[in-house]
Design a protein around this ligand. Structure first.
Ligand SMILES: [Fe+2]
Length: 334
């Protein structure tokens, strides 16, 4: 918080920092992103399309334990590093169906994780990511509810990774290298379940809408709060608020708290109220949620098209949590 530009602009009445417009914040105004906006790409065919629906190659070496009815499966007795291409394809299908798949005590290294993930497509580069092929995920003990008073981006809110891109990511994998004994859990919520839980009338309403996904709020916030310069300029993209998953054919909700600022077809007041409902709908979906307790060597692989996720805020020492994430581009949302 001490690094916030906002803290240099203190309200004389309250003694508290005041929010300032990006144009008046020199950290934001003076930053020139080194990379251009990313153009639309045609990613290679999703590996899940090549999988045997019974997944017998994968299940011949791994025991599957479903953690909830609708989302999350733990695969036991298997090392990801030992899976062949057929089994990796079946894993993609399982991830598309179950949203997120977990592993314990894995022997992957950053290098072998990157190599494994290249099987699934073109590796994504996060807007604030310096390494080209993976991103380091750290812990945070800052109170995001407090930070959010002074920063515009609801960081630590529910999101699908970089959902504002023209080609938002499909699969992501996070492997934990350091972790505190408690704190730092991650939760995932099913976007199939979020759609199913709506009344038919609301299902129809959302199916007619496009959600505005933006990186602008993240862009401003990470420059001011994190002191990290984003690689690319901010972008706004309209994505369908409900989409049909290209692998499973199931309808999935496609709205998230972290990056969606409204609905393109609505007027502002309508959009704001519907977005309030959307965020409430996500936050109240305990029956569509799985929460994962990490340990060193744990791995989660999820499908950003069928789940949202968030890190659970905690009071642990931020430096005691470090993971490596790899991500591949998905198709343009249709
Ligand atoms: Fe994330």
């Amino acid at each position: 918080m001490a690094s916030l530009e906002a803290y240099k602009h203190t309200s004389p009445d309250s003694g508290q920092p005041i929010i300032i417009h990006p144009n008046f914040n020199p950290k934001i105004r003076n930053w020139n992103p080194p990379d251009p906006l990313r153009e639309e790409v045609e990613p290679p065919k999703d590996r899940a399309h090549f999988a045997d629906p019974s997944k017998k190659a994968l299940f011949s070496v791994a025991k599957a334990v479903d953690l909830t009815e609708g989302i999350g499966t733990l695969l036991e007795g298997v090392q990801l590093s030992q899976l062949n291409e057929t089994q990796l394809d079946e894993l993609a299908l399982l991830v598309s169906e179950r949203g997120v798949v977990f592993f314990r005590d894995q022997d992957l290294t950053t290098e072998s994780q990157v190599k494994l993930f290249e099987h699934y497509g073109i590796l994504d580069k996060h807007p604030a990511q310096k390494e080209v092929r993976h991103v380091t995920i750290k812990g945070s003990s800052s109170d995001w509810r407090r930070d959010s008073v002074y920063t515009p981006w609801p960081q630590a809110g529910w999101h699908a990774d970089t959902s504002f891109e023209i080609n938002p990511p499909s699969y992501s994998m996070l492997r934990m290298e350091e972790h505190p004994p408690t704190g730092g859990d991650t939760a995932w919520v099913s976007q199939y379940g979020l759609f199913d839980a709506l009344s038919p009338t609301y299902q129809k309403l959302f199916e007619e809408l496009h959600a505005v996904h933006t990186s602008r709020l993240q862009y401003d916030t990470i420059l001011d709060l994190w002191g990290v310069g984003p690689n690319r300029p901010p972008i706004d993209t309209h994505h369908p608020a409900v989409r049909t998953h290209p692998v499973t054919g199931l309808k999935a909700w496609n709205v998230n708290e972290g990056f969606v600022t409204g609905f393109a077809e609505l007027k502002k007041a309508e959009s704001d109220r519907l977005l309030d409902f959307a965020n409430f709908h996500i936050h109240s979906a305990d029956d569509q949620l799985v929460r994962w307790k990490w340990a060193v060597g744990s791995v989660a692989m999820w499908d950003n098209r069928s789940v949202l996720h968030r890190v659970i805020p905690g009071k642990y020492e931020a430096g005691s949590r470090r993971g490596v994430r790899t991500t591949v581009f998905g198709e343009k949302r249709m």
